[in-house]
Write a new protein. Structure first.
Length: 317
């Protein structure tokens, strides 16, 4: 059996190779896998104390040795800063204790988004209130992930191992492309929108091929699927602080507001409130958004007991 010190030395050597740009594709996948799981406390083999030390070290390295960068490059910058911090002394015991035998789960809370680099170098951006799961052996035999919520994917091409996203009743398969999936429990529809490339979406009844700018809207109740088109510049705009209520009912809009803002919202509506709306907002103060919705949908709202109560136009009060 190898001595723990040998594992530590091996990890440090691997991390240094990665930072210097000399790592092989497999070695890059391993390091980026470690990095992506740092944000998953429930799945990490580290103790809370060790995680705190690691995160503090990374933060210390970043604040001392890096300058502000634009959001476009933030993921790559943080990845290299974190790697440098690991090489500085913490990577050894991370490697020695890390046993990738359990599935990995990445979650986002209210009003937060997160970028995750998968072991195959694919990039996933999760919207608020979303969960992404992948097996501990992702990339070895298949590239399958499970999505609950909304995410934008930029998939690294690999014809030998198609990338699959299981979401609700559907499975989306790609070879290399960028696309957005919205699949939230309780919502009327699931939507797949392709920004570039090509995907295949499998339903219980049929398979659909989507190319750039094409969308598929699947009714979770009756199983009907409708293809459409969308401006590619609008696909995944939530990544840029936009709220895109495209085809949303009042109930769906309120549910999304609760995911995006740390407030309690109670909706009073009737079965007659079935209208669908196409409204886009910049993510700003929630009261500004509610004021606009008041004019467009006829709702009224008030503050009561530290929550916002919304009344639909058809609700008598």
């Amino acid at each position: 059996m190898d001595h723990p010190q040998q594992h530590q030395d091996s990890a440090k050597a691997l991390l240094k190779k990665y930072l210097q740009g000399n790592a092989s594709p497999k070695e890059k996948e391993q390091v980026e896998y470690w990095y992506s799981t740092l944000h998953s406390p429930a799945q990490s083999p580290l103790s809370p104390e060790e995680r705190a030390i690691l995160q503090q070290s990374i933060l210390h390295h970043i604040t001392r040795q890096t300058a502000p960068v634009t959001p476009l490059y933030r993921r790559k910058w943080l990845r290299y800063a974190a790697t440098a911090a690991l090489v500085a002394g913490l990577g050894g015991w991370l490697y020695a204790r890390y046993q990738p035998a359990r599935p990995v789960m990445v979650q986002t809370g209210v009003g937060t988004t997160r970028q995750v680099v998968l072991p195959d170098s694919s990039l996933v951006t999760l919207n608020a209130g979303s969960t992404l799961q992948l097996s501990a052996h992702f990339g070895q035999h298949n590239r399958t992930v499970i999505l609950d919520g909304e995410a934008f994917f930029v998939v690294h091409p690999n014809a030998a191992r198609p990338f699959r996203v299981q979401h609700g009743q559907l499975t989306t398969t790609v070879l290399g492309t960028s696309f957005n999936i919205r699949s939230r429990p309780g919502e009327e529809n699931t939507k797949v929108a392709v920004a570039s490339g090509k995907v295949q979406v499998a339903t219980a009844r049929d398979n659909y091929i989507l190319e750039g700018s094409e969308t598929l809207q699947y009714n979770n109740g009756n199983g009907l699927a409708v293809k459409g088109h969308e401006d590619t510049t609008l696909i995944g705009q939530w990544q840029h602080a936009m709220l895109d209520f495209n085809g949303y009912t009042l109930k769906a809009m309120v549910a999304e507001l609760q995911r995006q803002y740390p407030v309690r919202i109670q909706l009073h509506a009737t079965p007659a409130d079935t209208a669908h709306y196409n409204i886009r907002f910049r993510r700003e103060d929630i009261h500004n958004i509610l004021d606009v919705l008041t004019g467009l949908t006829g709702i009224t709202y008030k503050h009561e007991n530290e929550q916002i109560i919304i009344y639909s136009k058809t609700y008598a009060h």
